[in-house]
Ligand binder design. Structure first.
Ligand code: 13P
Length: 294
């Protein structure tokens, strides 16, 4: 199955009333967990990595190319339709390098931009991405962040969102409707009325960041109101870490424990736990079986 564009993937999801999970990976084990889950359930996939919670210097040095190469390699061998996303690139150069290194979708972090800077940077990025056949996701408004009380939510204004999409030509829009980034415990309170107004105002597929704390009970309404992609990060690292800790407590030789890719491999145990959590979420988002419709 060739790598598919994020535009195609999300349009199909929006029209067919399901959502595709973007399950954020950070290394080869976690990328494989995403792919194995999608292939097991015959779901379309978005393979990718994000820069928001990783040392910026590492990505600037060689992380962008290293992670893009891994994700692209897996996507090319995938048996389900797969897009390759570089999420929340921390600067414009990183975003462009991700596209050059094999990602076919990119999002640029915008929390530190003024409105004017955000508009200009997104216009420029969209020009570059579209000339390469790649997609751009952007956010209007901002999410609260559970790990940083100084970051307050700015709910997405429907009229501003419509103007931004028209002025930039972005392919997907991340919205702030009560969803919270990095919420490890509890659930966010979601404003579905705002989502309804956003859906009427904006024609591109809508994206929910902060998938970990997004209430399961609001998922089907969100999909009905135009959400085609959920971003999930925190809970995947939690289950991965718990499985690594449990595996460390079991006796094993060092070569079995590190890098063997058999049961005693502590990272392999993390990968399997992450895969199971992703399978649960794929079911919640309703994307099971849709790979065969491509
Ligand atoms: P969570 O870590 O809150 O699930 O959010 C991840 C995310 O939105 C990545 O873009």
């Amino acid at each position: 199955m060739p790598v598919v564009s994020l535009q195609q993937l999300l349009h199909h999801a929006q029209q067919s009333h399901y959502a595709v999970g973007y399950f954020e990976a950070w290394d080869l084990y976690s990328l494989e967990a995403v792919l194995h889950a999608a292939e097991a359930l015959r779901s379309p996939a978005i393979l990718g990595f994000g820069a928001a919670v990783t040392e910026e210097r590492w990505y600037d040095q060689h992380g962008v190319e290293a992670m893009s190469g891994l994700a692209r390699t897996l996507a090319q061998r995938s048996s389900v339709p797969t897009a390759v996303l570089f999420n929340e690139a921390q600067n414009f150069a990183q975003a462009v390098r991700g596209l050059a290194a094999g990602c076919n979708a990119v999002m640029l972090e915008s929390t530190h931009f003024s409105e004017e800077e955000h508009l200009t940077a997104t216009q420029q990025l969209t020009r570059v991405a579209h000339s390469l056949g790649a997609a751009v996701e952007a956010e209007v408004g901002h999410l609260a962040n559970a790990t940083d009380p100084t970051l307050h939510a700015v709910p997405t204004d429907p009229a501003a969102a419509a103007r931004f999409v028209a002025a930039t030509g972005v392919d997907a829009l991340a919205v702030s409707i009560g969803n919270v980034h990095l919420l490890a415990q509890g659930e966010a309170t979601i404003d579905l009325e705002r989502l309804d107004r956003l859906h009427r105002a904006v024609s591109v597929p809508l994206v929910i960041h902060g998938g970990t704390g997004f209430p399961r009970s609001a998922v089907s309404d969100a999909i009905r109101l135009g959400v085609a992609k959920f971003n999930v990060g925190t809970v995947l690292k939690q289950v991965f870490c718990d499985a690594v800790v449990a595996a460390l407590g079991r006796p094993a030789g060092i070569h079995e424990r590190m890098g063997s890719r058999t049961a005693p491999d502590i990272l392999f145990a993390g990968q399997e736990a992450m895969q199971r959590k992703i399978e649960e979420l794929i079911e919640t988002y309703g994307s099971i079986g849709w790979a065969t419709h491509w």
